[in-house]
Design a protein around this ligand. Structure first.
Ligand code: SAH
Length: 281
């Protein structure tokens, strides 16, 4: 099939409908074909702060762009307002693209918006995107799972209700049961978060990676430990958005940092020196 014909095979963003789509973690190459098609067809695009300018620039030239995210800590547009705008635009026959960073249903309130569309009887489609917890780790050269380090992973939000950590989590059980924990929105709670994991039994020298602006040209990755993470983040002046990864899998970056290798870093793929005890092969 010719590349140009691929778009003809995909569904159209119809008038009076909404696509709730993920834009991926930032890199333009990680957009899905469906999201790319919708960018070219939408009359109105309501997008979040995490969607990069490069991606917005792919919009049809007549598309109306509406920003709906937080910027510089300012209050975000109210969730109810955003959902109302989606409904109003669709009711006036517009083709509406609701574009969110990463995947719309991963810590993105996509479900809440979709429920409002259901109540309002607006036809919609959900277009998944590559979430930062998957794409970001791949760009840092950290496998989300590897049979030598973990056969389970937890995605966690660092965002509790009142400036603290989530109260509905059994931290001791989580610390015990999940060898790898990938944390979204944790940068300004990193100290609390690390203290909590130490209290819940994780070891101070356990490996931690912090991945800032993953998949973009400004990506920065630091490798640290649970006890040093908060200080190292400050020292390295790490900025949001950032993911935190806690677990032995971080060590595998030594052999898999493919972006680093492009810039001359020598990779070490000798597993026995990276994880001496991990001889499960
Ligand atoms: N729906 C999004 C997540 C929204 S929550 C997704 O699926 O990726 C916002 C959090 O996502 C940020 O605080 C950060 O922890 C993470 N995040 C999103 N994009 C990121 C990126 N390019 N680099 C690092 N972290 C990112």
């Amino acid at each position: 099939m010719k590349i140009n014909n691929i778009f003809d095979k995909l569904p159209d963003l119809e008038e009076g409908t909404v696509w709730l789509a993920g834009a991926g973690p930032g890199n333009i190459g990680l957009l899905s074909l469906l999201t790319l098609k919708a960018l070219g067809q939408a009359d109105v695009i309501i997008y979040d702060a995490l969607v990069g300018q490069e991606i917005i620039d792919l919009a049809h030239k007549n598309a109306v762009l509406e920003y709906a995210g937080k910027r510089g800590g300012k209050a975000s547009a109210l969730q109810a307002d955003i959902s109302e705008r989606l409904v109003e635009h669709a009711r006036t026959g517009k083709r509406v693209l609701r574009l969110k960073g990463g995947d719309p249903l991963v810590f993105g309130r996509g479900g809440e918006e979709a429920r409002i569309l259901v109540k309002a009887n607006i036809p919609f489609r959900i277009v998944p995107g590559i979430t930062a917890g998957i794409g970001g780790l791949a760009y840092a050269g950290i496998p989300l799972t590897d049979r030598h380090t973990n056969s389970a992973v937890t995605f966690l939000t660092g965002h509790g209700e009142d400036g603290g950590l989530s109260k509905d989590i059994d931290w001791d059980a989580l610390a015990k049961s999940s060898p790898v924990i990938v944390i979204y929105m944790a940068l300004n709670r990193i100290e609390l978060m690390c203290e909590q994991f130490l209290k819940s039994g994780r070891l101070p020298n356990e490996t931690v990676a912090v991945i800032s602006k993953a998949t973009t040209d400004a990506q920065v990755v630091i490798e640290t430990t649970l006890s040093n993470a908060a200080e190292d983040v400050r020292k390295a002046e790490i900025v949001a958005p950032a993911m935190i990864v806690l677990g032995e899998n971080v060590k595998l970056r030594t052999g898999l940092d493919w972006l680093g290798a492009m810039e001359g870093k020598i990779l070490n793929a000798d597993l026995s020196s990276i994880i001496p005890q991990g001889k499960k092969q």
